[in-house]
Design a binder for this molecule. Structure first.
Ligand code: PEP
Ligand code: MN
Length: 342
């Protein structure tokens, strides 16, 4: 309350809190009263109302606005099962593949190459969110069928992007993990419909979204019935132009403190440059990510999207070799229960 708020104002605030269904815990000092709002549930509407109530100086949230995804809700880290794999478990999972599925030959060659080099899942966009409506928009249903073929040939689980709530059933039929891209992180209709899609969701951070907003979006999916959400840091937009995005590497330990959900890093979109991808991938292992999602193309110069940041198959093999000793240390850390970042 403001200093010297009147008794009538204090009593009115207490009444309002009770009307919202919460308990009142008030601390009365010399000339200043602090009123605690105690209870469970989303307190946002109550706080907004109190902000507008006479005599109130400010209404401050103490506990996190998200619930299911918070570490307060679940202390142990969650691991998410995908086709026999566990993301957030004892294995560092590398997901690799092209930005877009372009042809049968391209996706098969990539799938076989990345599987041989140690990737555990295949990525590839069939529905592509492109800045320009004149750019390649993806092979859509045809792309999904090609991903299924690649899965059959290699055994790799599939991660592909879903852009619209209209396509949820179609995409869920073909993929193991539903990717929500940066541009759709706050497509709330889509997030709600993923609550009942029956597949884990890979939720990428919006390019101008805070960590809190990312967690609120994850909360949408979980609150609508799907607890299997994997978070992904993919770089955010800043004033810096040397890289496509600015990799917020600190987001990974921050998320590991705030949420029990697994967190992976996308060093490809985070940098936009092939040469920078292995260094960022190393950073991801060291800082306690649960895995990586990396763009790889058999001939990046011919890629229809994101060629500049795509590793060649040889580049991917080299990166995986380079990562191996770091991944060994990562595994030791997990085995002894120590989380590199937490
Ligand atoms: C992608 O994974 O190809 C993609 C479009 O990523 P983002 O949504 O992070 O930009
Ligand atoms: Mn891409």
């Amino acid at each position: 309350m403001r200093p010297h708020a009147s008794r009538a104002e204090i009593d009115h605030v207490c009444d309002r809190i009770r009307e919202f269904g919460y308990r009142v815990h008030s601390i009365e000092g010399e000339g200043r009263v602090v009123i605690g709002v105690v209870g469970i549930g989303d307190v946002t509407a109550c706080l907004e109302s109190l902000e507008a109530t006479p005599g109130v100086e400010s209404a401050v949230r103490i506990s996190a606005p998200y619930k299911f995804v918070s570490r307060e809700f679940r202390k142990e880290r969650s691991s998410i099962r995908v086709d026999g794999l566990e993301i957030g478990g004892g294995e560092f999972i590398v997901i690799a593949g092209p930005c877009s599925v372009e042809s049968e030959r391209q996706i098969m060659e990539t799938a076989e190459g990345v599987a041989a080099a140690g990737a555990r899942m295949l990525r590839g966009g069939a529905f592509k969110p492109r800045t320009s409506p004149y750019d390649f928009q993806g092979l859509e249903g045809e792309g999904l069928k090609l991903l299924r073929k690649a899965r059959e040939a290699t055994g790799l689980a599939i991660v592909t992007e879903i852009m619209s709530d209209r396509d949820v059933d179609l995409v869920a039929e073909y993929t193991d993990v539903m990717q929500v891209g940066a541009r759709n992180m706050q497509n709330f209709a889509l997030l709600k419909s993923l609550g009942s899609c029956g597949r884990p969701v890979l939720l990428k951070r919006g390019m101008s979204s805070t960590i809190n907003e990312l967690l609120m979006s994850a909360e949408y999916v979980t609150a609508h019935g799907n607890p299997n959400v994997i978070l992904c840091e993919r770089g955010i937009r800043t004033f810096e132009t040397a890289t496509r995005n600015t990799c917020d590497i600190a987001a990974i330990p921050v998320l590991n403190e705030l949420t029990h959900l697994p967190v992976i890093l996308d060093p490809s979109h985070a940098t936009g440059k092939r040469s920078l991808v292995p260094a960022l991938a190393r950073a991801g292992v060291a800082i306690g990510a649960d895995g990586l999602i990396v763009e790889v193309h058999p001939c990046p110069e011919k890629a229809v999207s994101d060629g500049a940041q795509s590793l060649t198959l040889e580049g991917f093999r080299a990166m995986m070799r380079d990562l191996a000793p770091y991944v060994e240390l990562w595994k030791e850390g997990r085995a002894t229960g120590a989380r590199a970042a937490a």
